[in-house]
Design a protein around this ligand. Structure first.
Ligand SMILES: Cc1cc2nc3c(=O)[nH]c(=O)nc-3n(C[C@H](O)[C@H](O)[C@H](O)COP(=O)(O)OP(=O)(O)OC[C@H]3O[C@@H](n4cnc5c(N)ncnc54)[C@H](O)[C@@H]3O)c2cc1C
Length: 480
């Protein structure tokens, strides 16, 4: 098989019997047509269709090394600067399509699987067969163009103790037992974004939390189909309220608690078992975190470009461009955008092969980007709210624009540059970016999706080599 079309993605989803509890209802399948999911699922289908569009397919696909069929560029193992540039371009094309609002597009975890599979020999440490399992799984996902999500973090019951100590160790998903051909998982993980419509769930170690020796039972990496027997999702209340919400009605990715009710996972789907040390090195020693962050930087750059366009149309619309504090806010968005672009260029310019021959973007600029953006992003909704002011509340719906209030809206809601109808359209987009429930979830997502920024900062400081700078200051102090 090759890169899928949107129809093929929807067809597979329609056949899947994923268990989702949502708003008091239990679904066993039917996700593709449920009102909570149907719009975002179609936005994902559009991304799959782009792979077949003559305008994009040369960037979004490459010939599979096994079948020769076109497969998604996010699976391409980069060996040359051109390969890396192609990966960047493919990430950006998809991210632009959703204005950077879709956080769990397939290219994110395809990038992780690519790096993990290329580091096949690293998995030999986990035991015989694990390297081959990892490579074969990657090839399967690539050839079938499956959509993966992941779940990493323990339930949030008591953060004063380790995951394995919460409620006597029963809460966190753990290996309950092994049998002749696999493992049985029981317990829960905190969240899986897009879980309800992902083809595959990667049950992976945390990117930030460390496992200790007593966490053996909780330390594993494996993959399960979205409709595996015993796997249940409990979805949060949806924030897609219909077409008058320009972003929420297209890009509302569901988040769901993940319950493993004795889920059996065959050995060929296991990549690490009962090994805290290997779980701690899972992303860094294989470079998976670098390739994931490469994708994230393309997405956050696309999102920041959108925000710059949006804030510029807003300030122009109501004639506030000339005020200095407004210019200061717009300058902040521009500086963030240029900072992200500089990180992206530096990461590619200083790329080097890792121990497995994979040309890997430079980590220092990407690591800086992933530590900075969770904070920088929080300013954008704040700036839009400040500049939009009451215009974000003097805001009828599209139904009013075309309804009896239409003439009043045309006259009294005009702006310096726009007629009433167009002003409402623009301000509804601003509102969905900075005031709506959808926008609140976006801000939370940007802050937390890579892990707790506080603990990420701790790991960042600990891993950054500051000795040369300390030595330079000591040398200055010693100067006579
Ligand atoms: C919108 C959204 C989507 C997400 N999607 C996914 C997903 O698809 N898959 C997935 O695996 N995860 C997902 N996550 C979860 C994400 O990984 C976590 O939010 C993140 O790791 C932080 O963990 P937590 O939410 O449990 O916060 P907690 O660890 O409970 O932290 C709560 C607060 O306490 C503080 N705190 C807690 N413990 C400590 C400590 N030891 N030291 C210092 N401060 C501490 C934190 O700084 C924070 O302020 C998602 C999160 C969000 C918000």
């Amino acid at each position: 098989m090759a890169a899928r079309t949107g129809a093929e993605f929807l067809e597979r989803l329609s056949a899947a019997r994923v268990h989702v509890d949502i708003m008091g209802e239990t679904l066993i399948g039917g996700v593709a047509e449920h009102p909570a999911f149907r719009n975002v699922v179609r936005s994902y289908a559009e991304l799959f269709d782009m792979q077949h569009d003559p305008a994009y397919r040369d960037v979004l696909t490459y010939p599979s090394p096994t079948s020769g069929d076109p497969v998604a560029t996010s699976f391409l193992v980069p060996r040359t600067p051109e390969d890396l540039a192609k990966r960047s371009a493919a990430f950006k094309l998809w991210a632009d399509r959703s204005l950077g609002m879709l956080g769990r597009t397939g290219d994110y975890l395809n990038s992780a699987l690519m790096a993990l599979a290329a580091a096949e020999s690293w998995f030999a440490q986990a035991g015989p067969g694990f390297g081959e399992n990892t490579r074969r799984y990657y090839e399967r996902v690539r050839e079938q163009d499956l959509l993966c999500t992941h779940t990493l973090v323990p339930p949030q019951a008591n953060r004063a103790v380790t995951a394995s100590q919460q409620a006597g160790g029963a809460l966190m998903a753990h290996i309950l037992r092994e049998d002749d051909n696999g493992i049985v998982i029981r317990g829960a993980r905190l969240l899986a974004t897009i879980g309800p419509f992902a083809d595959e769930l990667l049950v992976f170690p945390s990117t930030v939390l460390r496992n200790s020796a007593e966490d053996k039972q909780y330390s594993f990496a494996c993959a399960v189909p979205g409709d595996a027997p015993g796997l249940r999702y409990i979805a949060r209340e949806p924030m897609d309220y219909g077409r008058s919400h320009p972003l929420g009605s297209r890009f509302e990715e569901p988040d769901a608690v993940v319950i493993f009710d004795d889920v059996h996972v065959p050995y060929e789907r296991c990549f690490v078992l009962g090994d805290p040390e290997l779980c701690n090195g899972f992303y860094t020693q294989t470079s998976a975190v670098v390739h994931m962050t490469h994708q994230v930087l393309a997405r956050t750059t696309a999102k920041t470009e959108y925000l710059l366009g949006l804030v510029s149309l807003l300030t122009e619309a109501i004639g506030i461009e000339q005020f200095q504090h407004v210019q200061q806010d717009v300058a902040e968005v521009i500086m963030t955008l240029e900072t992200l672009r500089a990180f992206g260029r530096a990461a590619l310019a200083d790329a080097a092969p890792n121990g497995y021959g994979v040309l890997t973007p430079a980590w220092p600029p990407l690591n800086a980007a992933r530590n900075l953006y969770p904070r920088l992003y929080q300013r954008f909704p704040e700036i839009l709210r400040k500049l939009g002011a009451s215009g974000l509340m003097a805001l009828p719906t599209q139904a009013d624009v075309t309804g009896p209030a239409g003439p009043d809206i045309a006259s009294y809601l005009q702006s310096a540059t726009l007629g009433g109808a167009d002003r409402v359209k623009l301000f509804r987009l601003v509102w969905d970016t900075c005031v709506s429930a959808f926008s609140g979830r976006q801000a939370l997502y940007e802050y937390y999706f890579f892990g707790d920024p506080v603990r990420m900062a701790g790991a960042y400081v600990a891993s950054y080599d500051r000795e040369p700078y300390k030595a330079a200051v000591r040398a200055f102090l010693d100067r006579s």
